[in-house]
Design a protein around this ligand. Sequence first.
Ligand code: C2O
Ligand code: CU
Ligand code: CU
Length: 464
Amino acid sequence: GSAGALAETLAAVPPARAATPAAAGVAQFSVPLTVPPRLRPYRSTATTDYYAVTASRVFREILPGTRTEVLAYNGSFPGPTVRARSGRRAVVRQTNALDTPVSVHLHGGANPMESDGGAMDTIAPGATKTYVYDNRQPAATLWTHDHAHHMEAEHVYRGLSGLYLLGDRDEDALGLPSGEFDVPLMVRDARFDDQGAMVYAMGDAENRSTILVNGRPWPRMRVKARKYRFRMVNSANLRVFVLCLSDGGEIVQIGADGGLLEAPVSTQVLVLSPGERADFVIDFSRYAPGTQLLLQNLIGPGPTDQVGSVMRFDVGDPAPDRSTVPATLAAYPALPEPTVERSFTLRMDEPGTGHMAYINEKTFDPDRIDTTIAWGTTEVWTVTNTSETIPHNFHTHLVQFRILERDGQPVPPAEAGRKDTVFLFPGQSVRLQLTFDSHRGVFPYHCHMIDHSAMGMMAQMEIV
Ligand code: C2O
Ligand code: CU
Ligand code: CU
């Protein structure tokens, strides 16, 4: 079952080595967790909520006592959280107050190409663009982030990302922890210099040794002794998180990228590569008040990295809890019979041999259509990471796919639902099933270790 698959996954994790130097001089767990503000509509009608967002350069306190220049949506690092509803349209007027072009992509959303935030469909400095999101998809933990060609990696690194939580009635009816007990956690890493400035260098994973959760370094969170729901997004450019509680305690995963799982999955470990999401419940009522639990990462980005902490939960007093995690959460869409098979390889020049990254041995060309797909078709894609030492992942815009197999084996239940991003250790191969029945047009697919996509590991499909 899933335990065996998990053991295999963990066996593929490179062992931890020597410790990294203490980063940025921040004592771990000295800063309380904060939650990004909710973005309120400036106007709502019977069908539509209207939002306004401005991307700008601001200074924020990330490391205690230091002001760091970041890129922010509405001044917030990370950006504010949108809470949208299935079936209600969201119209977002996006203003670019930066001196570089931006493009805003709703990751996991099925939107027409004018609102997808394509790499070339950018907003010039000083300009405004309106994105229309139909939200014709089930409840899901989605996120927005910059996608401007060749700039996306640095823009996202410096802060242009935010959560977009889509809710619906089916989800409401489940009685999951809600309100203040439904907490977003955007996890990532960053590199700071001695003055506290964020340093971006492409492919610099090993030096990004400060872990940020919702923009706070290794925060602590006071929790009541009851159930909490967490919406986690790995918003790092390159870092993979393999997370567990320090006591090996149970984590109940209830959702993945594109929505809720069929049934809750009890696990001790969550594996999240950049762009992936996990929706999970931790029941802190099993701990005595005063317990301190670490959320730990079992994998590092490079040979000098150590197993590290991400954040700490400080368990307080018991609190009333009428939330539940029902045994049945959601129904998956049927898997129509596939009629087309395709293969894709992901490869990058090995360290020290170049700086290019390829899908099917080609780097991204916005003027080239790599894959032409007939609308309505169901396809099976075999995606292989042919790199010898470098992990990759694979993200498709527009469609939520299903992972049929990894290396010939069925995937564990936590990966069997709606997914838009799938992780591949070096040498691994996955088979994905995709149905193209929403919008026509040109959309990208790419490695979401976005330093890699900025190096060319991106291609385009046209649905006709
Ligand atoms: Cu979240 Cu094209 O990416
Ligand atoms: Cu996307
Ligand atoms: Cu990659």
